[in-house]
Design a protein around this ligand. Structure first.
Ligand code: C2E
Ligand code: CA
Ligand code: CA
Length: 244
């Protein structure tokens, strides 16, 4: 499935996140929450993540072949991917197979996987950035690790955990906390994206504090590629000319 990501400035589409779904013949569509941890437990998650990468590259190639403007897609990587694979070379070979420029792939890693990071993981993440991939820090502030991750790693984007928007605007602490996070990110050269934007009030507030990108049900739930495509073709989503 794909979920749209928009520029807060004008609401145009700046990207999408690829989110896995398991289509089970008996149970129907399963949420990743019910299968990601099991795939991790059985050391199979890298197979899913590489299948998602392949699907994304194939879809981007199809769009290009049909003359459509493409935009970057964020892909979720698990910590185990970095232990079981050479992620940089997997990316290189998949992108070259479909002739896709690396600027169209954003690599998302969660804050939680960096908590007790080892030298191999740090080296693998640095290698990705050196190779020109945008590295996105997912679920920032979800509490699994401290602010240290900001000091110890270099990321292009901070995805602010959607929990900060829970009970917005009733919880009076949400606004100053979000503003401080966006300011902090700016000071250390990171861009920001807020997840879980569900209301116009949250949208207006996040735009006013300079959070550049937004993702959430207000703009669209994760959807099948065919539905996403329909909404691009019928003008529901206007693809931005600015790639970032
Ligand atoms: P995530 O990376 O933080 O993805 C965002 C999750 O928030 C998605 O859940 C999305 O449906 C949900 N969401 C988006 N906007 C809103 C909103 O406005 N309100 C609310 N309440 N929820 C919103 P989803 O698709 O169930 O994915 C759950 C998690 O599973 C993801 O969290 C990600 O960590 C993991 N995941 C999904 N696909 C993959 C994958 O291909 N590989 C790996 N390793 N993990 C994946
Ligand atoms: Ca994510
Ligand atoms: Ca997230």
């Amino acid at each position: 499935f794909y979920q749209p990501v928009v520029w807060s400035a004008d609401g145009s589409l700046c990207g999408a996140e690829a989110l896995a779904r398991w289509d089970d013949p008996d149970f129907g569509l399963l949420s990743p929450v019910s299968f990601i941890s099991i795939l991790e437990e059985y050391h199979l998650i890298h197979k899913l993540d590489m299948a998602v990468l392949e699907t994304v590259c194939r879809d981007l190639r199809d769009a290009l072949d049909n003359g459509r403007r493409i935009f970057p897609i964020s892909i979720n990587f698990s910590r185990l991917d970095f232990e079981l694979l050479d992620v940089a070379s997997e990316l290189e070979s998949c992108l070259s197979k479909y002739s896709i420029d690396k600027k169209y792939i954003h690599v998302e890693v969660t804050e939680s996987m960096l908590g007790d990071a080892n030298a191999n993981l740090t080296a693998a993440l640095n290698k990705l950035r050196e190779n020109g991939y945008a590295l996105w820090l997912d679920d920032f502030g979800s509490g699994y690790s401290g602010l240290n991750v900001l000091k110890d790693y270099s990321f292009d984007m901070m995805k602010i955990d959607m929990n900060f928007l829970a009970e917005f605007p009733l919880n009076k602490k949400s606004e100053p906390i979000l503003k401080s996070i966006v300011d902090l990110a700016g000071k250390i050269g990171m861009n920001t994206l807020s997840e879980g934007v569900e209301s116009k009030e949250a949208y207006d507030f996040l735009r006013s504090i300079g959070c550049q990108r937004l993702q959430g049900y207000l703009f669209g739930k994760p959807m099948q590629r065919s539905d996403f495509l329909k909404k691009i073709l019928d003008g529901t989503y206007v693809v931005s000319e600015k790639i970032g």
